[in-house]
Design a binder for this molecule. Structure first.
Ligand SMILES: [Zn+2]
Length: 227
């Protein structure tokens, strides 16, 4: 079980990863203003203080039930400001004692901020990385560099494959094909560089393609009471 904070879709639009604390009284003022602006048009929430407050509520629930929370970071949505999608902007959230028990999954390889994402995963115990979307949508050399840069610092137990596929079945196929192929190339290079052994490469590939996600999401599912 996990909470997915959609960043650009539907109701919950998170334009800034620089999330800050917002008191309930302040959020109430913004909520009332937001309601006054509604005239039966499609709902699109862009008010940052209100979004930050709602996110705090979601994170509090996640902390209580040990749910991982996924964040779209880096590229992926046409109307985002890429400067604000750098995961380094999550510092306030990652440093907040009340939320440090919540596993935070950075999606999309945080492209083009892979090194920043890998750094965060190496420093903060609660940060995990997911390279869906970067694979299969980047060029072949771009995919290779994305995985290499994530692995420069990130623990291999915190990196996960996903297809990020949607809309058409071919995306699931392409994600699986390129995910396996690129990971194999990167790990083979790491063997040639003497970073890892063949046996370590095999266990790392199982971790990244399967067991890291199972451990993270299944343990969350098992420890959470039914809602
Ligand atoms: Zn996505």
């Amino acid at each position: 079980m996990y909470l997915l904070i959609f960043t650009q879709f539907g109701f919950f639009t998170l334009f800034y990863l620089d999330i800050q604390f917002v008191a309930q009284e302040e959020a109430a003022v913004h909520f009332n203003n937001f309601k006054l602006q509604l005239h039966h048009q499609p709902l699109r929430l862009t008010n940052k203080p209100l979004i930050d407050f709602l996110l705090q509520q979601a994170l509090s629930i996640a902390a209580k039930h040990h749910f991982p929370v996924q964040f779209h970071t880096g590229y992926g949505d046409p109307d985002l400001d890429l400067r604000l999608a750098n995961p380094l902007n999550l510092r306030y959230l990652l440093e907040s004692p009340q939320f440090c028990s919540v596993p935070i999954v950075l999606l999309h390889a945080s492209y083009p901020y892979m090194r920043e994402a890998g750094y965060l995963a190496s420093v903060y115990p609660q940060v995990y990385l997911d390279f869906g979307l970067a694979i299969p949508f980047l060029s072949v050399s771009g995919m290779r560099q994305a995985i290499q840069q994530l692995l420069e610092l990130a623990p291999t137990t915190k990196l996960m494959y996903s297809s990020d596929a949607h809309s058409i079945p071919e995306l699931y196929y392409l994600g699986a094909k390129w995910g396996r192929q690129i990971l194999a190339e990167v790990l083979e290079q790491a063997i040639r560089d003497s970073d890892i052994t063949v046996a370590e490469a095999e266990s790392i590939s199982v971790e990244i393609l399967r067991s890291n996600a199972l451990v993270l999401y299944q343990s969350a599912h098992e420890t959470s009471p039914s809602l």
